[in-house]
Design a protein around this ligand. Structure first.
Ligand code: NAP
Length: 297
């Protein structure tokens, strides 16, 4: 039997629709709308595409998008000054600095300069503290998207055994916290873990956030498991004698789809959820800053 393919594009589109409706309602009632500021430093082509897409989708849901492009050689203090200016701008409810930043800038300093209330990337230690304490804050976007897709595939997570491969602050750890909050029994694996294949093969929910193309094979997967592939890896392929590149995940999709119960594809799985959750965080940050209740979406 072939796995149910979880359509992240469709789930993200529905979430954006609900966000747009909530923004419309807020605008009618309160005559103001959320604003998201995105700062890009340098000319990385992939980052430029991400930032452009964020701007387009922000406007599509009815929010205001502020975009700032700074040169590659921007000194750290200049970027921190820009962040501070946005911290103090009442029209800006969310701030996102596109990572990676050039090497003269400390990513951690940027994260800690953004006001926690405007930290829509959810990476400030105050927000990770809220998440690990089970309190309401702003949750990193990709893990939040992964958790929404898991709930699409499995309504009752209570007591399920979840294995997360990867322990980064950006993905692995927050996914683990979110699943713990849903009462899963959570195991986090990393590059020093032993018997990874055996641990993975016991999971009802398996999340791969590693950055190694096609690492997870069918022997790593329990029959019927929900498999969430966060990895995005560009690999070289030969097609009809031509050299091309292709995006693949950390899970060998063709190998695993025959055994998993549900699986996310790459592309089209977790990826599209990231911007939708960024918009959700911006809406929540706006509501918190204005003492409005967060809409339940
Ligand atoms: P990361 O910071 O490099 O973390 C990778 C994690 O994988 C680390 O915890 C590392 O362990 C672990 N790892 C490395 N090799 C391993 C192995 N052989 N066996 C088991 N664990 C191993 O990466 P990340 O930022 O979390 O991102 C992970 C993947 O998700 C990447 O492909 C990235 O492109 C993708 N991603 C996608 C989105 C999106 O969909 N929008 C967003 C963010 C990231 P150690 O801690 O021991 O080094």
């Amino acid at each position: 039997m072939s796995a149910n393919i979880i359509d992240g594009k469709q789930v993200a589109e529905k979430l954006r629709e609900r966000i747009a409706n909530a923004v419309k309602k807020i605008e009618q009632e309160h005559k103001k709308i959320p604003g998201l500021a995105v700062v890009l430093v340098g000319n990385d082509p992939a980052s430029e595409v991400y930032v452009r897409n964020k701007g387009i989708q922000t406007k599509e849901v009815g929010m205001t998008s502020y975009e700032y492009k700074l040169p590659e050689d921007t000194p750290e203090n200049e970027l921190l000054k820009k962040v501070d200016e946005l911290n103090n701008d009442p029209n800006v409810n969310g701030i996102l600095v596109q990572f990676p930043v050039p090497q003269q800038i400390s990513q951690q300093k940027v994260i800690e300069t953004i006001l926690p209330a405007k930290d829509v990337d959810g990476l400030h230690p105050i927000n990770s503290g809220y998440l690990s304490s089970g309190l309401e804050g702003l949750v990193p976007c990709t893990p939040q998207g992964a958790a929404i897709l898991i709930k699409e595939a499995c309504k009752d997570l209570s007591g399920k055994k979840a294995v997360i491969i990867g322990r980064s602050n950006l993905v692995g750890k927050p996914v683990a916290q979110l699943l713990l909050k849903e009462h899963c029994t959570v195991t986090i694996c990393h590059s020093r873990s032993q018997n990874l294949e055996l641990i993975s093969s016991e999971a009802d929910i398996l999340v791969a956030a590693v950055g190694i193309p096609n690492l997870v094979k069918k022997d790593w997967v329990k029959p019927g498991a929900v498999v969430i592939d966060v990895g995005i890896n560009r690999i070289d392929v030969e097609e009809n004698g031509e050299s091309k590149t292709r995006l693949v995940g950390d899970v060998d999709f063709d190998d695993v789809k025959g055994i998993a119960g549900s699986i996310t594809p790459v592309p089209g799985g977790v990826g599209p959820m990231t911007i939708a959750c960024l918009l959700l965080n911006t809406l929540n940050a706006f509501c918190d800053q204005n003492n409005f209740d967060r809409p339940s979406l």
